[in-house]
Design a protein around this ligand. Sequence first.
Ligand code: TPP
Ligand code: MG
Length: 280
Amino acid sequence: MVADVNKQTLDQLKDTAKAIRRLIIKITTEAGSGHPSSSLSAVEVVTALYFGGFLRHNIQNPRDPKRDRFILSKGHAVPVLYSALCQAGYYTFEQIMTLRKLGSPFEGHPNMKRLDTMEASTGSLGQGLSLGVGHALACRLDGLDAHTYVMMGDGEMGEGQVWEAMASAEKYKLQNLTAIVDQNGFQQTGATKDVLDMKPFASKFEAFGWHAQVINGNKMEEVIAALAHAKTVTDRPTAIISQTQKGFGILPILETAGDLNYHGKPLPKDLAEKALALLS
Ligand SMILES: Cc1ncc(C[n+]2csc(CCOP(=O)(O)OP(=O)(O)O)c2C)c(N)n1
Ligand SMILES: [Mg+2]
């Protein structure tokens, strides 16, 4: 039986988000590699899903068929997921501190064969929404009242497979599927608008027959309202365009470092200490 998730208050959610940010910094700095800035932009959404009463999950049985699914399609941001799961009691701090170490199941990208909390093995961008369509269809066939959430990056939206998945989700009127685009304005090699500008996202989702909302995804109030509203849409798939900032929470430090993208770089120890002080 999927336990009713612990629904935190707004203030508690904000504290949890801060705790998750601290864990992200600690584990990536310890690893000496990874993607803290990509993880930090997504913190409010992941926190709201796991602690705001949205994602029904079961710590006793992570693969419970009745669970809701969360697929992190932008798999390189997995430190946000490991940190949220640690905060939720699935893993100890010591366990997630093995991030990216040889033999650790806490790999640099989610590996569903190593951890039963990972819904899909992702990292090759563009595949998560297709996997989400599969889960949503399977849940419907099995008569399960489970919801599937998929988070993608704004750079990832340049992958053609995403748009095929969007079309098929509409074909099957997957009301049990929510796509979240973490629109943080950057991808690997620079600003998303310079590499391949796929904006505007909301009208494109709508053109594909989806319901779409645009929010400030680093404002917990807006994230909660959007996730709640998505649940009320019962005739088609829904998208949340979550406008965020890459590295949100430690922006002054990235500014000092002269790199607001800071893609795929852990903070060196001295900057990590400053970041943790900022997040205390
Ligand atoms: C198919 C594929 N191509 C390229 C990469 C290399 N890559 C890793 S992260 C990244 C940028 C992703 O940008 P975005 O989706 O905006 O995520 P963000 O890091 O900004 O959250 C790229 C191109 C990849 N992982 N998969
Ligand atoms: Mg991005």
